[in-house]
Design a binder for this molecule. Sequence first.
Ligand SMILES: Cc1cc2nc3c(=O)[nH]c(=O)nc-3n(C[C@H](O)[C@H](O)[C@H](O)COP(=O)(O)OP(=O)(O)OC[C@H]3O[C@@H](n4cnc5c(N)ncnc54)[C@H](O)[C@@H]3O)c2cc1C
Length: 306
Amino acid sequence: MKSKEKIYHKLMELVQKENVKVDEMLKDHLYTKLGGKADFFITPTSYEEVQHVVKLAKEDHIPFTLLGNGSNLIIRDGGIRGIVINLKHLNQITCDGHSVVAQSGSRIIDASRYALRQNLSGLEFACGIPGTVGGALYMNAGAYGGEVKDVLDHALVVDRDGNLVKREASELDLDYRTSNIPERGDIVVEATFHLKPASFEEIKAVMDDLTHKRESKQPLEYPSCGSVFKRPPGYFAGKLIQDSDLQGTNIGGAEVSTKHAGFIVNKDDATTSDYISLIEHVQKTVREKFGVELEREVRIIGDEKH
Ligand SMILES: Cc1cc2nc3c(=O)[nH]c(=O)nc-3n(C[C@H](O)[C@H](O)[C@H](O)COP(=O)(O)OP(=O)(O)OC[C@H]3O[C@@H](n4cnc5c(N)ncnc54)[C@H](O)[C@@H]3O)c2cc1C
């Protein structure tokens, strides 16, 4: 990897100057409000800029990491080496017949609301998921019986060589909270959702119902990364945690939510170490009590703090 200064100058040639930041504090960009600094934090404004950065990273052996809204991600307190790419400027949502075409930095909540305004049904399930479209494809986000897999037609991605490529939904191996996007090293830049015409009132009624369910059950008043664990076959993670008397347990500023046992909330300026220690404590307690292994849904990345 080249010196930090050389990389900085190269990035400035590829991406608009104001969109290249050095030693950027990541917690300010994450829904969880956790995490250290990124060596470089860049926010491209076009697919070409994304392609240029991927090609530079490949040529100069610089690691890069995609960051959406950070609502399914815990970044360690030592931060991330190399380039962090955030697509918040790629946030256009448009309509093409019965399809909604969303750039991947747009929020999936906004895509869902946009579909409502177009009288198109299919994205109602996503009306309360606080991630980006890119993050939603990455983990086949879903809720209340719907998931990305049901409505995705195709995606545009920048592949690991920097080429802009179309991937049909069937090529992404979308399954329960997984896809092959990480394996391939793709960056999603755009998604096309195929929806069905329906009345505004019908779609809105479903969205209002789901929003009510979410607001009454989830601790939305605190930063968090949503459900920390996947549903173990034959069980519900939240119920196992509840039955282990773990609700309200805290380590530092992190706490197992008293409202929804599957959530760990950042209650009082938690560090990532607090969060990770609490996750491990929950896994150990549930394993000892019920013999069930809780697999994390949330991803943990970045360096330890030295
Ligand atoms: C209160 C709350 C409620 C939630 N409810 C739900 C729910 O009902 N259903 C559900 O499925 N999830 C839920 N989540 C989890 C989370 O919102 C989703 O997983 C969401 O899809 C993550 O998107 P993100 O943009 O925040 O991704 P991030 O957390 O930023 O990133 C997650 C992963 O996706 C990768 N990634 C992000 N963007 C791209 C891209 N453009 N190309 C390639 N890779 C990319 C990142 O590198 C990372 O590995 C909830 C979270 C919270 C905090």
